[in-house]
Design a protein around this ligand. Sequence first.
Ligand SMILES: *Cc1c(COP(=O)(O)O)cnc(C)c1O
Length: 428
Amino acid sequence: MQYFSLNKNAPRVSFEQAVVLGLAPDRGLYFPESITPLPHSFFQNIENLTQEEIAFEAIKQFVGDEIPEAELKRIIAETLCFDFPCVTVEKDVFSLELFHGPTMAFKDVGARFMSRCLGYFNRNDDKKVTVLVATSGDTGGAVASGFLEVKGVEVIILYPSGKVSEIQERQLTTLGKNIKALEVDGVFDDCQDMVKQAFLDHTLNHKNLTSANSINIARWLPQMFYIFFAYQQLKKYDKPIILSCPSGNFGNICAGIMAKRLGLPIAHFVASTNANDTVPRFLEAGNYEPKPSIATISNAMDVGNPSNFIRIQELYHYDLSEFEKDFSSYSFTDAETEIAIKDIYNRTQYIAEPHGAVGYLGLKKEMAKQPKSIGVFLETAHPIKFLDVVEPLLGLKLPIPTQIENVLGKEKVSTKIKTYEDLKAFLQ
Ligand SMILES: *Cc1c(COP(=O)(O)O)cnc(C)c1O
C-alpha cells in the first residue's frame, strides 16, 4: 500500500516509510492511496470470528506485503492482550470500554501496534528510531508501556513538571530500560514546542525521530479494531447503530469512519467534544476556524485544532453535504459533564469518567433525533485515572486496579530540563 500526504506536496511512500516518518516532509498527514471494502460475507459471519481474525482482515490491505502474514498476526495478538466489552448502561445505550489494557487508556492499542511495527522494521538492527512525545498525561503512559523493551526503539517522553497526576507520572517514569522521561520546567505547550523544534532540527536527522500520536498511521489505523468489535457485539440487536466518540484529536472517530468505508454498518457518527468546539462550530457555520485550547475536566480532549480532522474531510471528500448525512458533532460544558456523571451513576450505577460522560451526552442528543437506533459511546479511560473529578462528584472511593497499584510502588526516575538546548544535549 502506498500513502500520500494530504498536503499533496510530498512523494508517495510505503507503509514502512509512513510509519517511520510519522509526518510527511511537507508537514501533511499520510493517507492510504486506496480503500477496498471487505466482502459482505465477512460482516455476515463476524460473530463467528475471533477478535484477532477481525483485526487482521481490517488492517491487512493497509500493511500490504511489507510485514509477512505470520508476523502481522503476532503483532495483532500482542496488541490485543485485553478485553473490549460493550457494557449495557441503560436501554439501547452501551459503553465500549477501552480501558482494560496495561495503562487503562485506549491509547494502549495504537501504542502497542505501532511499537511492534517499528520493532519488525528494525529486525536487522539497522533502522533504530527515537520516538519523541510530549504528553499532558495519558498519551505518555500508553506510549511508555507499549514501547517498553521493543528492539531498536528509544522513547523519550517530555512532560510538564507538577502538571500531571501522580498516577500518570508514575506510568511515565518508573519503567526504565528504553524509556526515558524528561521533566520539563514549564507547561504542556513548552513540551510540545520543544518536540516540534526537534523534528525540524536537521542536525538531529541521524536520530530518526518519529512521533507516536495519532498522526502516525500505525497508531491511528489499529483504532479501527475496536469499532469492529463493538459491531460484533451489537449486531444481534439488528438496529441502526450510532457511535459517539469523545473527541480531542479526532483519531478514534476518524478510525470509525475508515471502518465504515471498509463496509462496517455504523449508521451515524457523533464527535462529542468539551468546550473545545472547533468541529461543532464547523458543522454549524461551514468554515473551519481553530482556536487555542481551553482547559477542561476532560483534559485529554483539550485540543483547539484537531490533527485528524483533515483526514475526516478527505473521507467525506471535503463536502459538507456528505458530512451532514451521517456525522454530527456536539459540544458540552464541564457543568453538563459533571451532571451527566452523577446522573448516569444515580440511575444506572455505572461509573463514567469525564471523557466517557461527554461521549454519552453526545450519543443521547443524537438518539433523541433517531429513536429507532441503538447507541454506543467509547469509554476511553478508566475512572481511576480521573479520580480527582469522579470521587468527589459521586462521594465514593474507587478501588485501585492492580495495573495502577503496580506502578505506584515503583521509584520515579526522570531528568529535569528547561530549554530546547537541554533536550538537544540529551538527544546527542
Ligand atoms: C486521547 C484521549 C481522547 C481523545 O481521543 P482522540 O482520538 O484524539 O479524539 C479521549 N479520551 C481520553 C481518555 C484520551 O486519552
